[in-house]
Write a protein that binds this ligand. Sequence first.
Ligand code: XUL
Ligand code: CO
Length: 437
Amino acid sequence: MEYFAGVKEVGYEGSKSKNPFAFKFYNPEEVVAGKTMEEHLRFSIAYWHTFTADGSDPFGQATMQRPWDKLSGMDKAKARVEAAFELFEKLNAPFFAFHDRDIAPEGSSLKETNENLDVIVGMIKAYMKTSKTKLLWNTANMFSNPRFVHGAATTCNADVFAYAAAQVKKALETAKELGAENYVFWGGREGYVTLLNTDLQLELNNLGRFMHMAVDYAKEIGFTGQFLIEPKPKEPTKHQYDFDTQTALAFLHKYGLQNHFKMNIEANHATLAGHTFQHELRMCRINGVLGSVDANQGDIMLGWDTDEFPTDLYGTTLAMYEILKNGGLTTGGLNFDAKPRRESFEPEDLFITHIAGMDSFAKGLKVAAKLIKDQVFEKIIAERYQSFSQGIGQEIVTGKANFRTLEAYALKNSQIKNLSGRQEQIKALLNQYLLEC
Ligand code: XUL
Ligand code: CO
């Protein structure tokens, strides 16, 4: 059966096109800075938003019209796989990503749940044999089922910790089976709501133990994909343990896990933490832990995770600047952890939204590549910090200076001169690149 009969294969038509089902900027074969756009951008479709979500919110019921929703149970799960590979092919998507519970329903026992999963993973594997679409990453949903009310690896209930371990064990086997390039840990309900009933130390120690068990099991079964932590500061808990990149890095170093993990940075999680998307990407880049990206955007007027498709060119440009400066994403990709608005409920909206996101990142890539080619920020920054490449500054950064030598220098140096930061001039220059590229 064809699920999206109204949409043919989406092709590149150029920036003048008015066809809503065509790319205006994303031209997979076009070479930018030495690589094709497809190789740079490594787009991925998020199974949960695209095939599982129904548009319900705390105030209202499902709105999404999805042809497979007239089915139920395993029949619905199978129809979703068929629809997924049709959409991947029509969008020419190189990757996809899923949670275990997105692809197959839970059974009445863990054994039955795993059996359901085996059937669907087998079906996905068969599709992947003839499809170009690869698995960017998979993960375990340890937050929807009521058993995870107090968390999973950071629960107060050891039986739940054991269940979560069994679930991640199975998810790692799935990752290996389908050749996932990464495996993601997003904190789900790993966090707390009040310290009045929380043993903070035990919960964090248990999280460290859990992550070590995952690393050990991946080694045991020969899963060589990259482990990723996806930071988020709040939601669903008041305080999520993987608050942001710096917090997650401190956790990894404390528990001796730093050689096994990189980060999966989500734009809307960065802004919830009070950071820009670029801040989180830069923090990863300078620490060598930029793994992958959940490409979406929030709404500056709202304080929650709205998971909108990325259309802000300023954001996509600065994100692509960081990614290019990082030398690319290696095993990672740009995964659209984004959903059509509840009001955009037609099946065709699944194409329109992805096209909007892909075009926005393609344009961002081109502008970022030009900025780097012209060394715009590099020149500004080199000039701003030039005092550290000679004289006393050079002594500081090469470790030759100490408080005594610096005091002697400061006593003699009566005239300190600072230069303007020229922030507004730089922003106006960035606008010129955005408008003219
Ligand atoms: C939740 C979120 C998740 C993760 C995967 O905010 O971003 O969808 O990406 O569990
Ligand atoms: Co995400």
